[in-house]
Ligand binder design. Sequence first.
Ligand SMILES: Cc1cc2nc3c(=O)[nH]c(=O)nc-3n(C[C@H](O)[C@H](O)[C@H](O)COP(=O)(O)OP(=O)(O)OC[C@H]3O[C@@H](n4cnc5c(N)ncnc54)[C@H](O)[C@@H]3O)c2cc1C
Length: 405
Amino acid sequence: MSEIKKADIAIVGSGPAGHVAAIQMAKLGLSCVLIGPAHSGTDGRTTALLGSSVRYLERLGLWDQVKEQGQALRIMRLFDDTGRLVRAPMTEFDSAEIGLEAFGYNIGNNKLVAALHQGIGELDDLIQDQQFAVSVKLEDDHASIAMEDGSIWQVKLAIAADGRKSLVKEAADIEMRKWSYPQAALVLNLHHKDQSHNNSSTEFHTPCGPFTLVPYDDANHSSLVCVVTPQEAQELKAMDKDTLAWELEKRAHHLYGKFEIVSDPQIFPLAGMVAKQFYGQRAALIAESAHVFPPIGAQGLNLSLRDIEELAVQIEQALEAGQTDIGHDDILKAYNKARRPDIWSRTAGVHMLNMSLLSSLPVLQGLRTAGLTVAKNFAPVRKLLMKAGLDSPSRFSSIGNYTNE
Ligand SMILES: Cc1cc2nc3c(=O)[nH]c(=O)nc-3n(C[C@H](O)[C@H](O)[C@H](O)COP(=O)(O)OP(=O)(O)OC[C@H]3O[C@@H](n4cnc5c(N)ncnc54)[C@H](O)[C@@H]3O)c2cc1C
């Protein structure tokens, strides 16, 4: 006979989104289990957390420990390196122009998860089950999640934070729109001892995709996301570190002087995916179980945090209205409706930006060039773009009492 354990909510998936979701739901006073193996610490990516994400993590009482691990992002520079006949001018966005000390902070994913993990220790209502879920059943009045050791979690709501190949999403039988790009991101960290990044990120737009340097760790380290064809990514990864450093230095137009590679390169194939709806019976989809797009404009996890915040708003409102069933369809439908515009517009926006680089269509290239030219020359447009990149037109100000006192 399997051991049956009960909680209000199971958060399946213990990546950054799963951690935040678990802490958020526990802070609503719900009993939660965070399901998933301990973080492997092998994710070479970094994540720029922007605008509303910073404020949200502040409200959750998580920001101080996360910020300690990050580098402030004050200036974003875009260079047109397409070599095409019609090119955009260099465009610079300065956070001071919209009254901000920084657009956000860039943090290594491993350090981010470790910092979020600290937040779990303080919460009595949150327990961790550090194994994989092996099957999920979504029924009328509960969800059952079977674990590797044979035990079963019975909950009112399963939150899918288990990434692109989500088991929860599969159980909910939610249709996905999927597409692929002829691109892969080579990711690594660089030391540039001769020159500081001065808290600037620099994005070169090449005909294959962006080549982006983002402040990382200290004044003389940057993380790199270099989007190229999958074959070129493999060729770059196969180079010895000195040859690769020189190759990347050239691609960066020697902006920061000499490069030294300080991490093992990793490759992430680019893909797009969006769920047709963000809920199923007793299940809510968040983060990469609901949406995936190319790493352009640092939008992925920022969008995921807004999923979590919205789900919490809907649950909290339902609780206040006397609803005790936090997995009820009405709550999930309201969540779905509220998230649709933000998720679809971000997915489409990032897709269009990426395609404007890849496409040989003069119309698309012209639109990107015109957009950047206008942004460079007209401060109001520039400010509007900066604000749109940082936040959704969200109604959030604060929900619940999120201090750790
Ligand atoms: C190159 C690159 C750069 C990026 N840069 C940025 C950026 O600057 N800003 C930004 O906002 N976003 C960025 N992103 C996106 C961001 O990295 C992702 O959105 C984020 O890491 C995904 O986190 P997640 O928690 O949704 O998923 P994951 O990190 O994939 O976590 C899923 C978790 O679920 C667990 N899991 C899977 N199956 C099961 C199961 N059956 N049972 C239990 N657990 C399970 C896995 O072990 C894993 O821990 C970038 C992405 C890439 C590729």
